[in-house]
Design a protein around this ligand. Structure first.
Ligand code: ATP
Length: 477
């Protein structure tokens, strides 16, 4: 990106500040100043602005104390400039090396977290509604590219937002469209002092490789590559904003709170565009009161699929941090496991198709074989059943019992409660949840191995294909 004449971009930044409402008469802002050229340029610009229209500027500096005397010198520089320019100065010594050793947290995220906590505290103390930082166009380009390399959904391409309210405080990044080069130029021309962070290379290793190696390489193919990344971020921000808005609407329309979790109907959810489905899941997952790790794109897809696909109708997915997705027929629940308040518990539900062999999970082993013509069955083997394949809605599902399960037993007119059949057959209560039940795609109970076959899909002389299902109980389970 070329260097624009200084007045061009400063005028632009100021016009925007006025429009966005944070540069107003008698207003006050907290300026986060590290002492580097970006935030010192920002501070100088704020000074110019306050001279044109009174604005209280609180300069806040966090000394991470990573670099001993160098860190202290930076803090002193910021303090001195703030004093010279007649601004309030606030600082904190974060003692990050000791803190990290004790907590074992990640250096960058812990530093950021503690720094922002301090900045928010200062804003509260001075009754400021705005926090201004020196993020610039190069930061934006690097952020977007880093996310692309690491893997991101579209929302990640939005990069750094120029305005965002966090914890009731609006974070403003007025320099997001201004390049590092322009800011350095500004500092030199206006005699703005700044510190150079000698440890940048170690602390932002990946960012530095992107900055010093990758971007220059890509600029050989497109000299305005950084600019295009900044534009990409801006267009992604607009799209993201819109989608977020739509997701909120959908949330209000079709998501019902249930305990500490949420319920939604399959039919309604399936009617949403897939893009909206994923957003909605994200929104629901974000609703948890405890911070949860965000799931990756593939996991989102898996969740959306589990909630929409016709089979299996009963699913339980572990979402991490104690959260689950439970799909029961037409309804799904997403939320903490303990407050799921399900009327029943699913141990398993697995689909079976012809020539499939199922071992484990169901507490036994199923084998499905297709035979041409009508195969006479031996009625004496309770662990084998034959069905007219043409009469079945495939694939089949093997699951544990559910309350209210009804079956139409072979040789009986009408239906019978599976519960009663267990009682009649004297199946011990403790084992009932583990008895496999074979249903077809329509949810009809076809067979309870060892117990009863249904009257559905009987093999007759007219049967073209016979499906033989054999079950062997796994005694170990
Ligand atoms: N030690 C500090 N004290 C006060 N403000 C700081 C400090 N370090 C950074 N900032 C503010 O944050 C801006 C961005 O800095 P930098 O890119 O180093 O941070 P980062 O760790 O990537 O932060 P972010 O989480 O805000 O993206 C700076 O321009 C400055 O406004």
């Amino acid at each position: 990106m070329g260097v624009r004449p200084q007045t061009d971009w400063t005028d632009e930044v100021m016009a925007r500040a006025r429009e966005d409402g944070w540069w107003r008469k008698g207003g006050s802002v907290v300026a986060a100043v590290s002492g580097g050229p970006d935030s010192m340029a920002l501070l100088s610009l704020l000074k110019t602005m306050s001279e044109a229209m009174p604005l209280t500027i609180i300069v806040a500096h966090a000394n991470h104390q990573f670099r001993g005397a160098e860190s202290d010198a930076e803090a002193e520089l910021v303090a001195r400039v703030a004093q010279e320019w007649g601004m309030i100065f606030e600082s904190i010594e974060l003692g990050m090396p000791d803190y990290l050793e004790e907590s074992g947290e990640n250096l960058q995220s812990a530093s950021r977290e503690r720094r922002y906590a301090f900045l928010e505290e200062i804003a509260r103390k001075h009754g400021c509604d705005f926090l201004v930082t020196g993020h610039h166009a190069d930061d934006q380009a690097e952020t977007v590219l880093m996310r692309m390399i690491r893997g991101t959904a579209v929302s990640g391409l939005a990069g750094i937002y120029p305005r965002r309210i966090v914890h009731g405080l609006e974070r403003i990044r007025p320099l997001l469209r201004i390049t590092k080069c322009e800011l350095l130029e500004y500092c030199k021309r206006n005699g703005v002092p700044y510190a150079v962070d000698s440890s940048n290379a170690d602390r932002h290793y990946f960012r530095n490789a992107v900055r010093h190696d990758l971007i220059p390489e890509l600029e050989r193919y497109n000299p305005r590559f950084k600019e295009s990344l900044v534009r990409l971020a801006e267009s992604a921000q607009a799209d993201d904003d819109y989608m977020e808005h739509r997701a909120m609407e959908a949330f209000r329309e079709g998501v019902r709170p249930s305990g500490q979790g949420f319920r939604l109907e399959r039919r309604w959810f399936r009617g949403l565009h897939v893009a909206l489905q994923r957003r909605l899941i994200k929104l629901i997952l974000n609703c948890s009161s405890t911070p949860r790790q965000m799931l990756d794109f593939l996991r989102m897809e898996e969740i959306a699929k589990a909630m929409t696909q016709p089979l299996p109708t009963t699913i339980r997915l572990d979402l991490g941090d104690g959260w689950v997705l439970r799909r029961e027929y037409e309804e799904s629940y997403i939320g903490p496991e303990q407050s799921a308040s399900m009327p029943f518990h699913f141990a398993y539900a697995v689909t079976l198709d012809v020539d499939e062999l199922l071992i484990g999970e169901t507490g036994g082993r199923f084998e499905l074989r297709l035979h041409q013509g009508s195969v006479p069955g031996s009625t004496s083997n309770p662990n084998e059943a034959l069905f007219d394949y043409g009469e079945l809605a495939m694939p089949l599902t093997v699951r544990n019992r559910l309350p209210g399960d009804l079956m139409q037993p072979y040789g009986l007119n009408g239906t019978k409660k599976v519960q009663d059949m267990f009682v009649d057959a004297k199946v011990p209560r403790a084992l009932r949840d583990f008895v496999p039940i074979v249903t077809d795609r329509d949810g009809r109970i076809l067979w309870i191995p060892g117990l009863r076959r249904s009257g559905h899909a009987l093999v007759t002389a007219a049967t073209a294909f016979t499906l033989r299902i054999a079950y062997a109980e796994d005694r170990k389970q």
